[in-house]
Design a protein around this ligand. Structure first.
Ligand code: XMP
Length: 511
């Protein structure tokens, strides 16, 4: 049986990172909401270890996520993180209190005592904290294994029962030795072998869909981006000719993108591909709409309508496939995490859908895992390593009302910016780089005349999971040449600015 760790989800924003960090160490991690799995199912599931995630609640609230204390008696090692530590303490009979001096938030120095979790970790190091409640009295059998100036129990352990817990977040990169701590838990405590690789995912996913979709006709929404491309090729392997890909040209694509997608999938992969020219249809529905969430909903809905229609034209289609990935699921507020943006392929789904079911083969994967799957499937690196492009396309980069004119301006400016970054040999430096057409006009001067043109913003971010991101320090020369080319070559742009905001507090896209 595949060695695996259960990440028991109590609903915090960092939860998926935990799974990702475990998988990075070649141990498969499965995320399950706490209220969808019982201790008996956990016992039968054959998990090597369990991680309780953080969560926004206080254990004494009756509405807070609680769990059957029987889980502590299963004999399976457990690591509790943040709320997970408080929950473990509460379940085992300890006492939780609310910090009188307020919350502890950010980088904090933690002093550790020896235990298996901290093997090889310096006695004093920086950890990332984000909490108000803390464990005041550890349960019987537990010892305090870390403290900070403000927190008397920054970690605790009952080593005899292989129960460990930390108040800080080992999964975030700000915790200097978080990776080592997770490594100790996985290999020192849970005795994992660490033999999970992406090709296991490909093999088992192809097999799973071969069975699940036997005899079914599948329609795949292909945007040409990394996610839907990988989903399409994966499903093509599983169902072959029974897969038809529909590529909707919604008029919100980057320069020359439609032709590229057509070339790659039709010629190279020999897939059944239908290219639908829906440009007018989308633009007319978007006319006059300025509110970002509304734009996303309209686009998501229109996508589904187009697919339904194409599906009907094809005769009987049973299943709709989508390239949803894990960050889309979390950020759209599935589970308990709060909604940040509704990604069109999740939150924007209308209630009435003409298909029997939807499959989302990449739903549990992070972006870099999706890329690894893509390479494993033999998709050319130039496509797989492409920067992500949002489903709603340029609609979330043309701020305010979307018009043909604004789209045309953005397409040109964006192409120039990308050319300049690529020409400088920097295409791998940022994780994503693009232009945004702000809804601002500003005064400029060209020749002897006053101009009143658009302001284009350039954005480049560096990240490995898109949940947090830093703005990329692109060399000034690259920004300078992009700016001068854009203002010279794109009529009606009179100003170019560079976005120097990280995520958080901003998001990657402007809308
Ligand atoms: P944000 O703007 O949420 O973006 O920080 C994080 C990543 O997600 C992409 N993105 C989307 N992808 N549908 C998608 O498929 C969407 O609606 C969507 N919105 C943002 C964004 O480009 C970045 O890579």
């Amino acid at each position: 049986m595949q060695e695996k760790i259960l990440v028991l989800d109590f609903g915090g924003q960092y939860n998926m990172l935990i799974a990702r960090r475990v998988r990075e160490q070649h141990v498969y991690a499965e995320i399950r909401p706490y209220n969808r799995i019982t201790p008996d199912e956990i016992r039968e599931g054959g998990y090597r270890g369990i991680i309780f995630t953080g969560g926004p609640n206080s254990v004494y609230d009756s509405a807070s996520p609680h769990y059957d204390p029987a889980i502590l008696e299963l004999g399976i090692p457990i690591l509790g993180i943040c709320y997970g530590q408080q929950l473990m303490a509460w379940m085992a009979g300890g006492e939780i209190a609310s910090a009188e001096s307020g919350s502890e938030y950010g980088k904090v120095t933690v002093r550790l005592s020896p235990c298996a979790l901290f093997d090889g970790v310096p006695e004093s190091s920086v950890c990332w904290m984000s909490h108000t409640d803390y464990v005041k009295t550890v349960p019987v059998g537990f010892a305090v294994t870390a403290v900070t100036d403000n927190c008397p129990c920054a970690a605790m352990a009952d080593e005899a029962r292989a129960l460990y817990a930390v108040q800080f977040h080992p999964e975030v990169t700000h915790t200097a030795f978080g990776r080592e701590m997770l490594h100790n838990f996985l290999f020192g405590v849970c005795r994992c072998a660490g033999d999970w690789r992406m090709d296991d995912f490909v093999g088992s996913a192809v097999e799973k869909y071969r069975v699940q979709l036997a005899g079914k006709r599948v329609l795949c929404a292909l945007s040409g981006g990394v996610d839907s491309s990988v989903a399409a090729v994966l499903l093509h392997r599983a169902v072959g000719e029974r897969l038809t890909c529909v590529f909707v040209d919604h008029g919100l694509l980057r320069k020359d993108e439609g032709d590229l997608v057509e070339r790659v999938f039709r010629r190279q992969f020999n897939m059944n591909l239908i290219r639908v020219d829906a440009r007018e249809r989308f633009l007319s529905r978007l006319a006059g709409v300025t509110e970002p969430e509304k734009k996303r909903k309209i686009i998501g809905e229109e996508f589904i309508r187009v697919f339904e229609e194409e599906g009907r034209k094809l005769g009987h289609v049973d299943v709709l496939a989508q390239g949803t990935i894990y960050p889309d699921v979390i950020e759209s507020g599935a589970g308990d995490a709060s909604v940040i943006k509704s990604h069109h392929n999740v939150g924007g789904l209308p209630d009435v859908i003409d298909f029997e079911s939807i499959v989302e083969p990449l739903r549990d994967l992070f972006k870099d895992e999706v890329r690894a799957v893509g390479l494993e499937l033999g998709i050319p690196a130039e496509l797989v390593m492409r920067q992500p492009f949002p489903g709603p396309g340029l609609a979330v980069r043309v701020l305010g009302e979307i018009t043909e004119e604004k789209l045309a301006v953005l397409r040109e400016a964006d192409a120039i910016f990308r050319q300049e970054v690529d020409a400088a040999g920097l295409s791998d430096a940022p994780s994503q780089y693009f232009a945004v057409l702000t809804n601002n006009r500003s005064v400029g001067v060209m020749g002897d005349a006053r101009t009143y043109g658009w302001t284009v913003a350039l954005r480049a971010v560096t990240t490995d999971d898109f949940m947090t991101a830093d703005w990329t320090r692109l060399p000034f020369e690259v920004l300078a040449s992009a700016s001068s080319r854009i203002t010279n070559e794109v009529k009606s742009v009179s100003r170019v600015v560079y976005d120097i905001t990280s995520k958080p507090p901003a998001t990657v896209e402007w809308e």
